[in-house]
Ligand binder design. Sequence first.
Ligand code: ADP
Ligand code: MG
Length: 273
Amino acid sequence: MADTGTDTDADTDIVTDADAAAVSRPREKVVVDGLGMRYESDRQTVQALADVNFAVGSGEFVCLVGPSGCGKTTLFRLIAGLETPTTGEVRLDSDPVTGPGTDRGMVFQEYGLFPWRTVEENVAFGLEEQGVDGATREARVDEMIELVGLAGFADAYPKELSGGMKQRVGIARALAVDPELLLMDEPFGSVDAQTRDMLHAELLDVWAETEKTVLFVTHNVEEAVTLADRVVVMAADPGRVREVVPIDLDRPRTRTTPAFAEDVERIRDLIGG
Ligand code: ADP
Ligand code: MG
């Protein structure tokens, strides 16, 4: 697994080999390079993505927004290595993605929890797959459950939890294997607005604490402006990047400020136009 957290060491006087490697390494965590994806079936051909290019910096929080069908999920599946692009490539720390890996954690809209497993058993899943020993696993699972605010619910089953709690389990499970990159595809689309606000605050805390790189898909422009350092605005037919909008608002962000409204307006115009 690639090293994490060495960036801060670069400021110290003594430069070790590891530090030098961290400094010379490109700041980009993810590079999407000339990415195209065409689905072909007997009945039709869909150009889901055409020449998509953008990069995500290490530790950055980037949101992808765009109309339904513009290829957001397809783009995620390509970054996750679940599908192979028709053209171009995705690079993770300069290495082309050729398949799935534990360096990328996924969180889905419909939770994707195992109903027959308790909260802690769900969170432990990836660690079991990796063959992490029982004691280490238990400690890590406890830590993750604590991190997402589910202490006391370790033995509960998914059906006993609210939507917001289920999504916290999904996040804890994705983070348990310590991925460098968190891929979230409309993760809060199924929870009510009040819960969503809470989850936003919690996710931003987790992000700040863990220094993960986050790619977050949403069709909710306010959600994107609440969360993102930059927003990649996509257009459909074929799926492509329309513009990348930096969000230069202080955190925590307040939705009632004129600056917030301006960014929301700008992105809405780009989606509509
Ligand atoms: P979004 O997530 O932005 O709504 P998707 O990536 O799901 O968009 O879909 C982009 C386009 O690709 C749509 O036209 C969709 O119908 C098509 N598509 C997605 N997955 C497949 C697939 N497995 N086979 C054929 N077409 C697909
Ligand atoms: Mg989608």
